[in-house]
Design a protein around this ligand. Structure first.
Ligand code: GLU
Length: 364
């Protein structure tokens, strides 16, 4: 029986509380690959974790080193897992695009279906890491661990955080306790769920937080400790959205709210025939009156309008200061604007109907 076959069995039905005996039995069956170690496949996409610093000064280029060089910096991971790897792309994640997302999700699903792959790690730039994590969380099954990892300092910087983060990612991906938690992010000793994690610092190594629900767990001394489980991710044994037949996603834009905001960005997206607009509104997703009028007009033309917020934490609630039902708007809940955009793109592959889309936001 393979490394995660036992887990699959445990996953049928619901997730029973694990007894000590269950854990011991699972550990005894962790023998899928050579040396009795799990088989972990790394998909590399670039980012600062693969960045190269110029000889002097702070300037550097993301996405320069190949994955073998990154793994070479942490030889001890070979004692945790049988590691294989491939370079999917090598970019700064400010250049991440939906073509790469679709390539990534097809490859991840292909690998997850294989009996000889027990977990997947994706190295990624930190700028858009949360969006890729959110996209994959909604398009891959939540059985075997899929872990995104990045770094804030280039690979050759003094005090580079990439090797430690990569080591932790291997720890997380190799642990049976990481299964059925949805797509995970391992950064600076924390493990986050894809849904809530967001970049909160432009420069600090503690660059990520989960502002609404906190981290799922932490990695210490080569072991991962989980403090809680996300019910939504755990319930998702099948991908929420099937993108296998797609080569592009519906166009969805984000408009940023502020005092005295103009309607122009909204009207530009409407004229460009975007199918959806996410508002990064003020406060509880509120809108300057000119923007409200433009978004109401967009919704009346059949464009899906989602209200999110530029505020870092807390849900954007339906019908508090704005009558969403009257305008045909959708409220984003705790999804931040960039993740609401991802979910709306996926939702629009199924329906344009605001009530149906609202249900997806309520559930996902
Ligand atoms: N802009 C780069 C990227 O997202 C650097 C950020 C990072 O990886 O820390 O790839």
């Amino acid at each position: 029986m393979g490394y995660f076959d036992k887990l699959k069995k445990a996953m049928s039905g619901f997730f029973p509380v694990q007894t000590r005996e269950d854990k011991d039995a699972k550990a005894a069956e962790s023998v899928a690959g050579p040396r009795g170690l799990p088989n972990i496949h790394v998909l590399a996409t670039g980012g600062t974790i693969a960045g190269k610093q110029a000889s002097a000064g702070p300037h550097y280029h993301a996405g320069e080193h190949g994955i073998e060089a990154l793994l070479g910096a942490v030889p001890t991971v070979r004692g945790l897992a049988n590691i294989s790897s491939e370079q999917v792309t090598n970019i700064g994640s400010q250049d991440m695009d939906e073509k790469t997302w679709l390539k990534l999700v097809h490859r991840v699903n292909e690998l997850l279906a294989r009996a000889d792959v027990d977990g997947i790690i994706i190295t990624h730039g930190t700028d858009t890491l949360e969006e890729t994590a959110c996209f994959l969380d909604l398009t891959v099954p939540s059985g075997k661990p899929v872990v995104l990892v990045g770094a804030m300092r280039p690979a050759d910087a003094v005090g580079a955080d990439g090797p430690a983060n990569l080591f932790d990612a291997v720890v997380v991906a190799s642990s049976p306790d990481s299964a059925a938690r949805g797509v995970l992010v391992a950064m600076n000793g924390n493990v986050f769920e894809a849904r809530d994690v967001t970049k909160v610092s432009t420069t600090a190594v503690q660059a990520f937080a989960a502002p609404n629900f906190g981290p799922l767990g932490q990695v210490h001394d080569g072991r991962v400790f989980y403090w809680r489980r996300s019910d939504r991710a755990s319930a998702r044994q099948q991908p929420e959205f099937d993108v296998s037949g797609l080569d592009k996603l519906p166009a969805v834009g984000i408009v940023y709210g502020h005092a005295n905001a103009p309607a122009l960005p909204v009207t530009a997206l409407v004229e460009a025939q975007y199918r959806g607009i996410v508002s990064a509104g003020v406060g509880n997703g509120n809108l300057y009156h000119e923007v409200l009028a433009a978004l109401a007009d967009a919704a009346s033309r059949g464009i899906a309008v989602v209200r999110s917020s530029r505020v870092a934490a807390g849900p954007t609630m339906r019908g508090i200061e704005l009558d969403d039902a009257r305008y045909g708007f959708i409220a984003a809940g705790t999804l931040n604007p960039q993740k609401a955009r991802v979910l709306l793109q996926l939702a629009l592959t199924r329906t344009q109907e605001p009530g149906e889309i609202q249900k997806m936001f309520d559930y996902c």
